[in-house]
Design a protein around this ligand. Structure first.
Ligand SMILES: *Cc1c(COP(=O)(O)O)cnc(C)c1O
Length: 237
């Protein structure tokens, strides 16, 4: 039988190494890409193994599952951070705001309104990323840069407890490198356009790249890769 826990530590080392090599090859600054370990569908002891190996940033896509695991993990691990990366229903925002430091999957203004409301109740500020829909086969994210543009143009008037930090996308699930790259370039262009227009915000975060495509994402400017399978193995749904 494979020793899974051993595997997680080794996988993390391999991924960190590959990230560093991609950063160097792309002539980017050292440490300019963060690693998020996507722990959805993996148990607490797998996450704890990753923490013990030095991993601090985690991503989950379902609030209830995230809460069950992280309210326990937060008790004994002070430096860990959780981001939400999955489609978020309004009735889950309360716990999302409570347990996450960043909601990466903001895809509609209604969601921002609910996040603001919960932040006021909980007396808290939270980071968000705007998710942009850049691939045919996924459904999530804003459909156009214009929608995000409109929101940013009046952001301060409505969302004083929310800090916009950048953008997130998912590339298509395909072997076609050109299509994957196109998706990442679309996100980077959106960032450059909006950062230039709204320079009162730091919108520099580009959350893009997963187990299968993170090296391409780094070449195209990713600042945060979200990796599940290559760290924890296949998910048991
Ligand atoms: C599951 C998930 C990931 C991680 O995918 P892997 O292919 O397992 O690395 C990254 N981003 C999002 C939004 C996800 O839902």
């Amino acid at each position: 039988m494979v020793n899974l826990k051993m595997g997680i530590k080794e996988n993390l080392a391999i991924i960190n190494d590959k990230i560093n090599q991609s950063v160097i090859k792309s002539h980017r600054k050292e440490n300019s890409v963060k690693l998020m370990a996507v722990s959805k569908f993996h148990p607490i002891d797998a996450i704890q193994t990753a923490i013990d190996a030095g991993q601090t940033l985690f991503g989950e896509n379902r609030v209830q599952e995230a809460r069950q695991k992280f309210e326990i993990l937060y008790n004994t691990n002070k430096n860990i951070e959780l981001n939400l990366i999955g489609q978020l229903q309004s009735n889950k925002v309360k716990d999302a705001v409570k347990y996450a430091s960043c909601i990466q999957s903001v895809d509609r203004i209604k969601l921002l309104q609910e996040i603001e409301k919960q932040c006021i109740i909980q007396n808290k500020k939270i980071n968000v990323l705007f998710e942009l829909h850049t691939a045919e086969d996924s459904k999530s994210g804003f459909e156009s840069v214009d929608e995000i543009d409109n929101i940013l143009s009046e952001f301060d008037n409505h969302f004083s407890h929310i800090i916009p930090c950048g953008f997130m996308t998912m590339a298509p699930f395909t072997d076609d490198e050109k299509l994957i790259r196109k998706s990442f370039i679309t996100l980077r262009n959106a960032k450059e356009y909006l950062q230039n227009k709204y320079n009162n915000y730091n919108l520099s975060e580009l959350s893009m790249g997963m187990s299968n495509d993170f090296e391409i994402a780094i070449q195209e400017g990713s600042t945060l890769v979200r990796i599940g399978t290559a760290i924890f193995g296949e998910r048991q749904y």
